[in-house]
Ligand binder design. Structure first.
Ligand SMILES: NC(=O)c1ccc[n+]([C@@H]2O[C@H](COP(=O)([O-])OP(=O)(O)OC[C@H]3O[C@@H](n4cnc5c(N)ncnc54)[C@H](OP(=O)(O)O)[C@@H]3O)[C@@H](O)[C@H]2O)c1
Length: 246
């Protein structure tokens, strides 16, 4: 067995592609997601296809009391843990979130608080072990607040900063932290949404994540041109930006 990796939010289109690619490379996996039937189906498929150990468990970002147990469950199945990859996220409904803060709060918990919680457990374990990696999906939406999705964007922006701090903390423990910032990706999250352009495929994002990990990258925009798009968007002065319909 090459490596042992915990994948959180494993029913995400991008996560299942990454898990499949890792399985193909001989990585043992523990998949965690809130959809019991789908995560079991994905786990069995990868195990049969690539003849690697793949176990699974239930994970809900909003049920924070269960997060410490998740790491233990992964260790019980895998015996060791070299990496933790976190994919969960929820775009949510911006208009509803503006009217009802309960809706905004759920977006914040699904994209930031719940993710920060599982990352904290993962970081504490890997720090003690003094080896390993964390992969976490943030978004270009976190690079600048826009009227069309600033609740989701704010949660992702907070997550990007959290990951930056974690990377700084874990550097001396030989634990790598990779922040992934995709642009638009053709997944369940964006299905049927208007205003999407330069859409990437989930497999493209998964391959870019694996390449970035192999090259020890710290932050990666996927596809790469989003780095330049966001550089331009971030550099627009605020007095102009506030007038744009973005
Ligand atoms: N698609 C894009 O354009 C895009 C762009 C930038 C960043 N991203 C980020 O990429 C990551 C993967 O998303 P995706 O595009 O692959 O979309 P996706 O297929 O909709 O995956 C989202 C995943 O998050 C899970 N999830 C949501 N809320 C959860 C909760 N409270 N507890 C546990 N799991 C929860 C979903 O579980 P269920 O299957 O049960 O719903 C699903 O597995 C996310 O962090 C997303 O924000 C996506």
């Amino acid at each position: 067995m090459k490596e042992a990796v915990l994948v959180v939010g494993a029913t995400s289109s991008i996560a299942r592609s990454l898990a499949s690619k890792m399985g193909q490379q001989g990585t043992a996996l523990h998949l965690a997601a809130r959809d019991r039937f789908e995560v079991e189906r994905i786990a069995k498929d990868i195990a049969i296809r690539y003849q690697v150990p793949v176990s699974w468990s239930i994970f809900d970002a909003l049920d924070r009391d269960s997060h410490a147990d998740l790491l233990q469950k992964a260790l019980d199945h895998l015996d060791r843990l070299d990496g933790v990859a976190v994919f969960l996220g929820e775009l949510g409904n911006q208009e509803k979130a503006q009217r009802e803060f309960d809706c905004a709060e759920q977006i914040i918990h699904s994209n930031y608080t719940g993710v920060a919680s599982i990352l904290t457990h993962a970081a504490n374990y890997l720090e003690k072990q003094r080896h390993g990696f964390i992969i976490c999906l943030s978004s270009v939406a976190g690079d600048r607040g826009r009227q069309s999705n600033y609740v989701y964007g704010a949660a992702k922006g907070a997550l990007s900063l959290f990951l930056q701090g974690l990377r700084n903390r874990l550097a001396k423990s030989n634990v790598r932290v990779l922040t992934v910032k995709p642009g638009f990706v053709d997944t369940k999250m964006t299905f049927g949404k208007s205003g999407m352009f330069l859409m990437a495929k989930p497999e493209q994002v998964a391959s870019a994540v694996i390449r970035a990990l192999q090259k020890n990258k710290l932050v990666v925009y996927v596809p790469w041109f989003w780095f330049w798009i966001m550089l331009i968007i971030r550099s627009i002065p605020e007095f102009l930006f506030k007038r744009l319909s973005l």
